[in-house]
Write a protein that binds this ligand. Structure first.
Ligand code: PHE
Length: 344
């Protein structure tokens, strides 16, 4: 028995196979039903107690050794390179491999960021889970302003007096910028925002904004108007015009909504601009002195303007997408349409 085990061990050691077929033959020869190792186990069964003690362990080791060797040979020889030739048809075309593309909201965000970078703005980011102070209080929201209401805001914790919530606009990042940046400040704040709205073709509970803030000495409404006009012309075409309509935001005074001339009908009136010749693109205004003071800025010396726009809305206008929900479904057929830059 001892010699036989030794002999099989050295045979296994020198065993070489060129194909899967040879590996299978070797397996049958050693480990098959009538194989050499199997035969030794049969012999072992007939042995007396003493001999069983002597050989049990080395027989088991032999079997493991043989199995390991066969497994090693199997993977060494490889699936397709056996003597029977490749098992796979190497001339078959490969599986197509879907390359992703940038999301339309990312494309628009980048475009807006690039435009304002050219104007000398820095990019600032802040937390999506914010506190009441940065989203509302520092921005001059009166205590019972409806925007603080549960209907608009997703609260994360009820902590009093400063609960945590999902930011409803990126103006909170502007507050953080005013707190820590040196004057003059010129920042844009792109980011995701959350509002407790029913999801429809025109509204979603998650969307994206880019807000901007400029604070320096002697900043006037004329500077605001000029900055937005330049932006609109970069974004929507050199012949774009803007108009401003009076509006209200707690953090700006005066406040305005900005419309850009419809670049589809050029003012004649079409179904995109609903016959008006104008498309609403953002809110803006002169930063309220209360907001400057809340962040420790001397409102007698400094003034500034702020603006904010929704990226999904800008992308909808740019590409004439008629349902906001497309941006969140991530259907490849929709996303692929933005693979190349589409001219307005
Ligand atoms: N924060 C406003 C909003 O989310 C937009 C805005 C920003 C308006 C700055 C005016 C000035 O609707």
């Amino acid at each position: 028995m001892k010699e036989k085990i030794q002999q099989i061990l050295s045979e296994l050691e020198n065993l070489k196979c060129k194909s899967q077929k040879e590996v299978e033959e070797a397996r049958v020869r050693f480990l098959g039903k009538k194989g050499e190792v199997t035969a030794l186990f049969e012999e072992f069964r007939e042995m007396g107690k003493e001999l069983k003690k002597e050989y049990g362990r080395s027989l088991n080791e032999l079997k493991q050794n043989a199995q390991a060797k066969i497994d090693a040979l199997k993977s060494e020889v490889g699936e397709e390179a056996g003597a029977d030739g490749p098992k796979q048809d190497l001339t078959m075309p490969g599986d197509p491999f879907d390359l992703g593309s940038r999301h339309p909201v990312s494309i628009v965000r980048q475009e807006i960021v690039d435009i304002f970078r050219k104007f000398g703005y820095d990019v600032a980011e802040g937390p999506e889970v914010e506190d009441d102070y940065h989203v509302f209080e520092a921005l001059n929201f009166p205590p019972n302003h409806p925007a603080r209401d549960m209907q608009d805001t997703f609260f994360v914790s009820a902590g009093h007096p400063n609960p945590l919530l999902l930011r409803t606009h990126t103006s909170s990042v502007q507050v953080r910028a005013m707190e820590k940046m040196n004057l003059p400040i010129r920042v844009i704040c792109p980011g995701r925002v959350f509002r407790n709205e029913a999801i429809s073709a025109r509204a979603h509970c998650i969307f994206h904004q880019v807000e901007g803030l400029y604070i320096d000495e002697d900043v006037t409404f004329a500077d605001l108007k000029q900055a937005i006009l330049l932006f609109a012309r970069e974004m929507f075409g050199a012949d774009s015009e803007i108009r401003m309509r009076p509006s209200y935001f707690p953090f700006t005074e005066p406040s305005a909504e900005v419309d850009v001339s419809c670049n589809i009908c050029h003012g004649k009136g079409c179904n995109i601009c609903k016959g008006t010749g104008w498309l609403e693109i953002m809110g803006c205004g002169m930063v309220d002195p209360n907001v400057l003071e809340a962040s420790g800025i001397d409102s007698h010396k400094y003034s500034g303007f702020a603006f904010g726009m929704g990226l999904e809305r800008i992308a909808m206008l740019k590409w004439r997408v008629n349902d906001l929900r497309h941006y969140f479904e991530n259907d490849m057929r929709f996303l692929k349409e933005f693979n190349t830059s589409i001219e307005v």
